[in-house]
Design a protein around this ligand. Structure first.
Ligand SMILES: NC(=O)c1ccc[n+]([C@@H]2O[C@H](COP(=O)([O-])OP(=O)(O)OC[C@H]3O[C@@H](n4cnc5c(N)ncnc54)[C@H](O)[C@@H]3O)[C@@H](O)[C@H]2O)c1
Ligand SMILES: O=C(O)[C@H](O)COP(=O)(O)O
Length: 526
């Protein structure tokens, strides 16, 4: 039974779903990195929010970890490249808290427009300062939206409902989508010059870090009010403080900070500054949504291999997964065969599919080929890290889907390019489930690739099989299965034998020295 750790506070529905689906679950929250390191090795899955930092050190200690599920959107607390290199899938729940976060941005915009927190504090202090708090209407004002993705587009929709005009800066926003959303697409400078309110909804990346820098803040309209419910680091906090103090910035509301938890900040206490402790996603509804989604996604992956909302592997629905499973087994065996036979010299890999295989998502099949092939270099390769390792090694990987009728109802062919040319192997599924090799380097040969096998290339000649059988028999090596193919009579022949005993190096040499033998290799399959 797979085991999952929930390491951040999460709605109880997550644990309930894990239990109902047959996944063992522990909820241990608030651990220090050292404490987490000490226990993470026991778990196959990790469910987190934003508090747990999944660093290289944690991943190194997570020797059984297969999947990390973020109950929420931002995954900047996970070292995704390192998780990928370790073969760990990283998933998030990209839509479960978007409405809630958009509503928080709108709430903060109103808090700034009407100075609600300060008015509340003053009233409850018994001051009744009716003349001190003069707000502004949002109707007719320009809202500058930086980032028009899931949350940004919901904010735009709500702002349009409030009769605001929305100007959006997002390099990935197409003119058509801008028209659909009812917003005006703008450059950042245009937005800065026009906006009465600015709201940020981008991830924190090298491009967005300090997108509201001192220089950009200086380009804003005097009195601009700024809301950040996305990520700390999008605004230069020191420059924001200066802008508020000078009065150029009319107000700022931050839900997120460069350093979190933000227990102190020069911004605290500044007039017209409003803050919340990263509450964007904190509603009953959003927390139930993300808890259910993360638990379902992790369970699907750990129990059936279904991949949803993964950030480092192609998606694979729980319905697709069982159909693809035998193909992935076939693809991995073909990759392993050609990797073991061609070794280090591989420069490119082409994965061709035809028949039923061509109707399936090709990405998992390619990833499985690469996993089989790359396992020659490292035992820790799996479908998650294989594509990354292949890229790192500079392998040219191609996928080809054929829309033609072949000899088989379904076929996967793997062709590798080396300095000496191209070599390919092909396989099919027997009874829709059983992987079977059908072609090896242009020779028709049918074989199950399993256990320890001997690959022998020899000259097709009478008596050879007898001599080989005697040699193996004398060494007490039993032949399990025997598969033979040849290019033509008297030409090159290929033998694939599964063997029960141990083929020692001297025995392999003895076979090499049999008359007519060209190549003898020992192969191992899972
Ligand atoms: N405060 C919270 O509790 C809370 C809750 C949920 C999400 N978030 C954060 O909100 C942010 C947005 O989430 P989302 O679901 O809308 O993400 P999303 O991926 O749907 O949208 C992000 C948008 O930013 C745009 N973008 C990327 N680089 C840009 C750049 N250089 N300039 C302008 N736009 C750029 C993208 O094109 C995309 O449209 C994320 O950082 C997420 O972590 C915060
Ligand atoms: O990216 C997110 O989903 C938000 O930052 C929410 O974070 P939280 O789950 O820690 O509230």
């Amino acid at each position: 039974m797979p085991k999952v750790l929930i390491s951040d506070k999460m709605d109880p529905k997550a644990a309930q779903i894990f239990r109902d689906r047959g996944v063992q679950v522990d909820e241990i929250t608030g651990k220090t990195p050292e404490e987490l390191k000490a226990i993470i090795g026991d778990y196959d899955g990790l469910a987190i929010r934003s508090s747990t930092k999944v660093t290289k050190e944690i991943l190194d200690a997570a020797t059984n970890l297969k999947v990390i599920g973020r109950a929420g959107i931002g995954v900047d607390n996970v070292d995704i490249p390192y998780a990928s290199s370790k073969g760990v899938v990283v998933m998030n729940t990209p839509f479960g808290n978007s409405i809630t976060t958009a509503e928080h941005a709108i709430a903060l915009m109103f808090a700034l427009a009407r100075q609600l927190p300060e008015a509340d504090a003053s009233t409850q202090a018994g001051k009744w300062e009716k003349n001190r708090f003069m707000g502004v209407e949002v109707t007719g004002k320009v809202l500058g939206l930086i980032g028009a993705g899931n949350i940004g587009s919901i904010v735009a929709d709500r702002a349009l409902g409030l009769r605001m005009k929305v100007v959006a800066y997002d390099p990935f926003l197409t003119p058509e989508r801008a028209i659909d959303m009812g917003v005006e697409k703008a450059t950042l400078d245009e937005l800065l010059a026009k906006a009465d309110f600015i709201t940020l909804h981008t991830p924190l990346t090298d491009q967005t870090r300090n997108i509201l820098s001192k220089e950009n803040l200086a380009k804003t309209k005097k009195g601009v009010r700024i809301v950040n419910c996305a990520r700390g680091g999008l605004i230069d906090e020191a420059a924001l403080k200066e802008g508020l103090d000078s009065g150029h910035i009319g107000g700022a509301a931050l839900d997120v900070f460069v350093t979190e938890p933000a227990k102190e900040s020069p911004l605290f206490g500044t007039p017209n500054f409003v803050s919340t402790p990263h509450l964007g996603a904190s509603t009953d509804e959003a927390q139930v949504n993300v808890a259910i989604q993360v638990a379902e996604q992790l369970s699907d992956y750990l129990l059936d291999g279904g991949v949803t909302n993964a950030l480092n592997v192609p998606s694979l629905s729980a319905e697709e997964a069982p159909k693809l499973k035998p193909y992935m087994a076939l693809a991995e065996k073909l990759g392993s065969l050609i990797g073991q036979l061609e070794g280090d010299g591989i420069k490119g890999v082409a994965v061709e599919v035809e028949g039923h295989a061509a109707e399936l998502n090709p990405k998992p099949i390619t990833a499985a080929v690469l996993a089989g092939l790359m396992r020659v270099y490292s035992d820790t390769v799996n479908m998650v890290n294989a594509p990354f390792l292949a890229k790192e090694r500079g392998l040219d990987v191609r996928e080809v889907r054929h829309d033609r009728e072949g000899d088989y109802q379904t076929l996967v062919r793997v062709t590798v390019t080396t300095d000496s040319g191209e070599r390919s192997v092909a396989g099919t599924l027997f009874g829709h489930a059983q992987p079977r090799l059908v072609e090896l380097f242009g020779i028709k040969v049918e074989a199950d690739l399993a256990g320890t096998m001997l690959y022998i290339v020899n000259k097709d000649a009478p008596g050879f099989i007898g001599r080989l059988g005697s040699t193996l028999g004398a060494a007490e090596v039993n032949i399990g299965t025997f598969h033979l193919g040849r290019r033509n009579q008297g030409g090159e022949a290929v033998l694939l034998l599964s063997v029960d005993g141990t083929v020692t190096e001297p025995l392999r040499w003895e076979i090499c020295n049999l008359a007519g033998v060209n190549t003898v290799k020992l192969l191992r399959f899972a």
